[in-house]
Write a protein that binds this ligand. Structure first.
Ligand SMILES: Nc1ncnc2c1ncn2[C@@H]1O[C@H](COP(=O)(O)OP(=O)(O)O)[C@@H](O)[C@H]1O
Ligand SMILES: O=C(O)C[C@@H](O)[C@H](O)C(=O)COP(=O)(O)O
Length: 342
């Protein structure tokens, strides 16, 4: 584990008992069992834990990180399943609260028409996760972690929005590294203007900002046009608190910039794609694992990319999160020329 040294411009406090606390939505994924057809023709689904920050937390725990969570579940069977699943995955749930009766658990139906063609349909009216209130965020809990991971969708509505900013301030007060995964989901936001304003406010308070090019374009809505130039995007965030900015480009890979001038291009691993979803969550979990261990950026992006290729080759996201051994084995398999087959 990073001994608190300043690696990649990040300093993780080794005295903190938790490695990462994730904050945001805890939902259910219902992934189509019948593939190759539109959702209207799908009869059965498999239920998994879902929600980008939840998936990342599961990925982090599966890699061996001491992981906690701050979130809110509905007082319904899915909420009880979620808390049980987190505990069984070894994730600390002391920061997870149950909402008053009446709200529901967010549902995401995943269509798998083809490896490249699939959509997700999110049902997020009156969801419990956006009812997380600022007074339900514990400063003491945030004082116990090396890193805080926040997910952009938690900024989509109050009081969750305010809870995120309180968590951000607590994390910074106690020296935690703040990782902001933009995680844009159109289904929850009222307007693109709102997304831009709150993404920018949170990104300017974060040490690490991860997003796709499209997500950064949304953040930059009111900035002078960067014309999709990743380096311009990174430089703008370095004018604030950021030390590391990572732009993801799907199967074209990823690129990372550090405040001290590094630019590292992430590799892309071959994948027998089952669904195009889950890549970013796996990428974030494995990247964070390696950042916490103080590895060089090249290796961090390699680990993230390999984990992503593994997860998109499997039916689920959360359940599919790989162990470190699986990632290492896949990297060796590909580097020895044995091709895909995660
Ligand atoms: N089809 C693919 N084949 C191999 N790797 C992929 C593929 N799609 C994504 N990845 C890897 O996963 C990373 C994140 O995927 P991306 O789609 O950019 O993010 P998100 O899932 O958050 O939208 C990419 O940078 C790349 O390394
Ligand atoms: O984030 C959600 O609410 C849905 C996820 O649980 C789902 O697995 C998914 O779409 C992952 O998307 P991605 O990792 O951003 O591709």
């Amino acid at each position: 584990m990073n001994g608190g040294g300043d690696v990649n411009g990040l300093r993780f406090d080794p005295t903190k008992p938790l490695d990462v606390i994730a904050l945001g939505r805890l939902c259910i994924d219902l992934n189509a069992n019948e593939t190759g057809r539109p959702l209207e023709d799908v009869v059965t689904f498999t239920r998994y834990l879902g929600g980008s920050p939840a998936n990342i937390a599961v990925g982090a725990a599966r890699l061996g990180l001491k992981t906690g969570f701050i979130g809110k579940v509905a007082d319904d069977p899915f909420g009880r399943f979620i808390v049980r699943y987190l505990r069984e995955a070894g994730i600390d749930t002391s920061g997870v609260v149950t909402d008053a009766p009446g709200s529901v658990t967010g549902l995401t139906f995943t269509e798998m028409k083809s490896p490249e063609e699939g959509r997700i349909y999110m049902y997020r009216e009156n969801v419990a996760d956006l009812n997380l209130a600022p007074n339900e965020v514990s400063e003491e809990y945030l004082g116990s972690t090396k890193a805080l991971l926040i997910s952009g969708t938690a900024l989509a509505r109050s009081p969750s929005r305010e809870a995120v900013f309180v968590a951000l301030d607590y994390a910074r007060r106690h020296g935690a590294v703040v990782v902001f995964d933009l995680d844009y989901r159109p289904y929850t936001w009222s307007s693109p203007e709102e997304t831009a304003v709150y993404y920018k406010l949170a990104a300017e308070k974060s040490d690490v900002v991860i997003g796709t090019r499209e997500e950064f374009d949304r953040l930059e809505r009111f900035d002078p046009p960067s014309r999709g130039d990743d380096e311009t995007t990174a430089r703008r965030l370095f004018a604030h608190r950021a030390r590391l900015v990572i732009v993801k480009h799907g199967k074209a890979g990823s690129v990372a910039y550090t405040r001290n001038g590094q630019r590292v291009v992430g590799p892309v691993f071959p994948a027998r794609v089952v669904k195009p979803f889950g890549a970013g969550d796996a990428y974030a979990a494995a990247l964070l694992y390696d950042l916490l261990r103080g590895w060089a950026l090249e290796r961090c992006l390699t680990y993230g990319s390999a984990a992503a290729a593994i997860v998109i080759s499997r039916h689920s996201c959360s359940d599919a999160m790989p162990t470190a051994e699986e990632i290492e084995a896949y990297i060796r398999q590909v580097q020895s020329g044995q091709g895909a087959g995660a």
